[in-house]
Unconditional design. Structure first.
Length: 615
């Protein structure tokens, strides 16, 4: 027996509901339309997904008046009405009426796994985790009366995201094995997503390895999860392996692979994936366009990034923020300012992320007056309480030489995150005020804020500029042993710079040679810079040779060695160095100076007589 339901037509029906009413077999002039249970469930589901709550609730009101539905004492009707009850529960949950959904759930004469999964998902998504777990305990402890299914597991895993739910993920994983769901692909996909989302990439990788029937979601979860946890190289290897298999990537797969290329700054691979995206017609996807813009920006290819941005049919806040951040990362201050001003003039809604991106371009060569105009815009837009915007202001004023303004912004912040503390510590370090930087670091720890790798980078920078070698080495040891932070190449370069500035050139050389990784450009350049400061030609020649191998197109080793020879009065060797640089075709970057006059920044190069205000 499949009951049918007659409903009086509403005055105004959405187009999809009118079509459904017409297909019920009644003439358009009829005041009624008839739906069977399947059609009714589909109707209520659409109302829930599309937010037509008034339509859905009016249907519920009509059902209550129907004895076939409202007679809760007749068990014959329960089985036929269960799907309708579940659809109503979905309607109230999806539209955000959790209290009504809970009342409906309590009144249901009979429930199945779908009923429990719907209410568990609803309370979890409202942040009522205790209530959600109470429901799950009731379901799990009902000894077969209400058996949970794979949907229950995937529901809980999908809403319990983050490191704080690691125990929940473990518990769900154990239930997967206990109840024989380990070969279910949907369950494996949910487990992988949960593990990667909480940073437990080893567990996520193991689930992927143990999954036999991998679909596009499985592969995408693996590629995306590895990229999110900065395992970019492995992420790309998995992507290539997927391309060689029988499962075709979707737009999300390509998006994740492009993000991996961004992390690796792998321009060649990024261009190849761009070609595939163009071939498949996915390049018009807004998320992929933004990811490609970001990838080219990170790889230093701003012309390509700008071309994608300019050709985009639709632009959103993300794409605009990405292009601004790209200009900032590549030192394109004028272009970034020009784009931002154009956005403001064209009436594009400016959000905090865009403001943070434009603030990142400011430095010694950027107008402080324009920076203050940005701050006025921040006040007008009501972004002053946004910590990311405030962090950008701290950096902007610091780079423009206004340390006191940075301090004012920092002290006026009601909500300080780790980036705020790092920005202020970096500001003190940038201005050579090591004592204030170290003092602020102690205050940061007292506030219960854990230092990050950026914190230690700023501290090492501060120690380097004032010769606090012993203190700097203590920080290096502390970040590894106390906070389990592995030093990056930037930290190692800071240590070399610190030792070198203090005149400990042999110790700096030994530090480089003792590292477990192959020394890169930054390390040899730091050592060579120290040799230039102290006029050590022997050690400088060694560092310059290593730097030339690491960066054969860089003029730095030749220029610094020429400076060292000049300081020693060894003019013949200086001339030979310059001659060798020219013979190899290595160009020396032109030095530029800036000055701000009447709220405008003017740039000059050596012996520049072309400026209109030149005397």
């Amino acid at each position: 027996m499949n009951p049918t339901w007659a409903f009086r037509k509403l005055t105004v029906l959405p187009s999809w509901l009118s079509s459904l009413a017409s297909s019920s077999g009644f003439p358009p002039s009829s005041p009624l339309f008839i739906l069977d249970s399947e059609q009714l469930c589909r109707l209520l589901s659409i109302c829930g997904r599309e937010g037509y709550f008034k339509v859905g609730s009016s249907i519920h009101g009509s059902l209550i008046k129907n004895p076939l539905f409202s007679n809760l004492d007749n068990p014959i009707h329960h089985r036929y009405n269960l799907a309708v009850w579940n659809s109503l529960l979905f309607l109230y949950s999806k539209c955000g009426y959790l209290s009504d959904a809970s009342k409906l759930f309590d009144k249901m004469p009979v429930r199945d796994a779908v009923s429990w999964n719907t209410i568990i998902s609803a309370v979890f998504r409202k942040g009522l985790f205790d209530v959600g777990f109470d429901h799950f305990k009731t379901l799990y402890g009902s000894f077969g009366v209400h058996r949970f299914d794979r949907g229950t597991i995937t529901t809980i895993l999908s809403v319990c995201e983050g490191l704080e739910f690691s125990n929940v993920h473990k518990m769900m994983h154990s239930l997967v094995f206990k109840h024989g769901y380990e070969r279910e692909t949907t369950v494996a996909n949910a487990l992988m997503t949960a593990y990667f989302g909480s940073g437990r990439f080893c567990s996520g990788r193991q689930v992927f390895i143990e999954t036999d029937n991998r679909n596009v979601v499985t592969w995408t979860a693996m590629i995306s999860g590895l990229a999110q946890n900065q395992y970019y190289e492995e992420s790309l290897k998995v992507f290539v392996k997927m391309l060689k298999g029988s499962v075709s990537p979707n737009s999300l797969t390509y998006l994740s692979s492009i993000q991996a290329c961004s992390g690796l700054q792998a321009l060649k691979e990024g261009c190849q994936i761009h070609g595939l995206v163009l071939k498949l017609g996915m390049h018009l996807d807004l998320h992929i366009e933004s990811a490609l813009t970001d990838m080219y920006s990170k790889c230093g290819s701003m012309p390509q990034a700008w071309q994608i941005f300019e050709s985009a049919q639709v632009l959103d806040e993300v794409s605009m923020t990405v292009i601004l951040a790209g200009f900032a990362q590549n030192g394109c201050q004028e272009e970034a300012v020009e784009v931002f001003v154009r956005m403001v003039k064209e009436g594009i809604e400016i959000d905090p992320n865009m403001v943070s991106a434009i603030l990142a371009v400011f430095g010694a060569e950027t107008s402080l007056a324009f920076g203050k105009q940005i701050q006025s815009l921040i006040t007008k837009k009501g972004f002053c309480s946004n910590p990311f915007v405030s962090n950008g202001l701290i950096n902007m004023y610091s780079k423009c030489g206004e340390l006191e303004e940075s301090i004012k912004v920092f002290e006026g912040m009601h909500q300080k995150n780790p980036v705020s503390w790092n920005s202020m510590i970096a500001a003190f370090a940038r201005h050579g005020n090591a004592s204030k930087a170290l003092q602020l670091y102690e205050e940061m720890k007292q506030q219960g804020i854990k230092p990050t790798d950026i914190t230690f980078l700023s501290l090492l920078h501060a120690c380097s500029h004032v010769g606090l070698v012993s203190k700097g080495m203590v920080f290096l040891e502390s970040m590894e042993k106390e906070y389990a932070i592995s030093p990056r190449k930037e930290h190692h370069a800071c240590i070399v710079d610190m030792l070198g500035r203090a005149g400990l050139l042999n110790e700096a050389k030994s530090y480089i040679e003792g590292l477990p990784v192959k020394p890169d450009v930054q390390l040899w350049q730091a050592l060579l810079g120290a040799c230039s400061i102290h006029g050590n030609s022997d050690m400088g020649k060694y560092a310059a040779t290593q730097l030339s191998v690491a960066a054969p197109d860089s003029p730095v080793p030749y220029v610094l060695m020429a400076n060292i020879y000049s300081s020693k009065g060894r003019w013949i060797e200086r001339a030979e160095t310059i001659k060798r640089m020219k013979k190899l075709g290595v160009g020396k970057d032109t030095g530029t100076s800036w000055i701000e006059l009447e709220k405008q920044v003017h740039s000059f190069v050596v012996d520049d007589r072309m400026h209109p205000q030149t005397d």
